[in-house]
Design a protein around this ligand. Structure first.
Ligand code: AMP
Length: 214
């Protein structure tokens, strides 16, 4: 969890690989639905392109399906983002006999967030993230893994929407951090996401490693 630009996607991709977990990014799933141009995609676009959260009923329906399909370790990125979503997720995980083990909370300063978001690029095929200054691909403008696929900028990664998205985080998602904070059985890892991605990853992997050994 963390505000937009804190580095959730970058870290989630690394952690998924490191621990062999399935990485489910709600934002990525919604962007795929948007790209298809279906009725649902158009509905999602209305909220996403305005920097607002998608309503809980829609999120919960899509994410319950995605979570239900995963057999084995699961890494959630961008979901849950409201207390209602967290409650629905709890109920589903408990039905599946798959307890939540850890929550990683990333923080970042507003100026760092703005610089990261406006320079962010992604591969539309594999979802791999890049940055025009901090995480360059080998060949400018193209994905290292997908070779001929040109990198794109997300439609909501504009300077104009940063404030709106940050507000959504602090008003609607911060309470989810508090919701998990009181839970004793959960490993809570709070990291300073202002630093280099390698440093953040090292710290989180170390902390999650203790859980993997238990
Ligand atoms: P992300 O890629 O995680 O930054 O998500 C991009 C956008 O998708 C967000 O700004 C929201 O509009 C929407 N979104 C993603 N996940 C959720 C969620 N769990 N609840 C509500 N909206 C979401």
């Amino acid at each position: 969890m963390g505000p937009p630009g804190a580095g959730k996607g970058t870290q989630a991709q690394r952690l998924g690989k490191e621990f062999g977990m399935v990485h489910l990014s709600s934002g990525e799933i919604f962007r795929e639905a948007k790209a298809v141009g279906s009725e649902l995609g158009r509905k999602l676009a209305r909220y996403m392109d305005a920097g607002e959260l998608v309503p809980d009923e829609i999120v919960v329906e899509i994410m319950a399906d995605a979570v239900g399909c995963v057999d084995g370790g699961l890494l959630l990125d961008g979901f849950p983002r409201t207390v209602v979503q967290a409650e629905v997720l709890d109920a589903q995980l408990s039905k599946m006999g798959k307890p939540l083990d850890a929550v990683v909370v990333m923080t970042a300063d507003t100026d760092v967030i703005a610089a990261r978001i406006t320079g962010r690029r992604a591969c539309p095929r594999c979802g791999r993230g890049y940055h025009v200054k901090f995480m360059l691909p080998v060949r400018e403008g193209f994905c290292d893994d997908c070779d001929t696929v040109e990198l794109i900028q997300r439609s909501d990664d504009s300077e104009a929407l940063v404030r709106q998205r940050l507000e959504a985080y602090y008003v609607q998602t911060q309470p989810v951090v508090d919701y998990y904070r009181g839970r004793e059985s959960l490993l809570k890892i709070e990291v300073d996401g202002n630093r280099e991605a390698d440093d953040v990853a090292g710290e989180v992997i170390l902390a999650l490693g203790s859980l993997a050994r238990d």
